[in-house]
Design a protein around this ligand. Structure first.
Ligand SMILES: [Fe+2]
Ligand SMILES: [Fe+2]
Length: 136
């Protein structure tokens, strides 16, 4: 069973964003699978986390571009939220680069909570207005 199964609660209805979110979920699940192995490989964990951070940053750019293109009134506030998320992700990446053992189940649970909140709370609120403007 995947740590974070993809389900309808995570679908926002804008295919490009849903696809990008699904990729992020896949990376979280890959971290969960690696950590679940009897001898989790520190290098593999670090690489997956790098892929996750990379995909998240590209996703933030795409999402902000979409909000700006549609003149979303909360575009700036949403971008600021992404900046905070980026800082946390880069901080975790720095920790893991300094000490591969820093990425344990607790940090993984935090990543899962972050992505769930990002999609279900922050993005769902932003997307509601885009949908009403026919962005999907
Ligand atoms: Fe998003
Ligand atoms: Fe977002």
């Amino acid at each position: 069973m995947a740590l974070m199964p993809w389900n309808n609660e995570l679908v926002l209805g804008i295919p490009s964003l849903d696809e990008q979110h699904q990729t992020l979920v896949t990376h979280i699940n890959a971290l969960g699978a690696e950590l679940g192995r009897p001898a989790a490989d520190a290098k593999a964990l670090s690489h997956i986390l790098e892929d996750l951070v990379d995909a998240a940053m590209n996703h933030f750019i795409a999402e902000e571009e979409l909000l700006n293109r549609h003149g979303h009134p909360q575009a700036d506030a949403h971008s600021k939220g992404h900046s905070g998320e980026t800082s946390s992700l880069v901080q975790l990446l720095d920790q893991v680069h300094a000490d591969a053992g820093a990425l344990g189940l607790e940090k993984l649970a935090q990543l899962k909570d972050w992505l769930t909140r990002h999609i279900q709370v922050d993005d769902r609120a932003a997307v509601a207005l885009l949908m009403s403007k026919g962005a999907a």
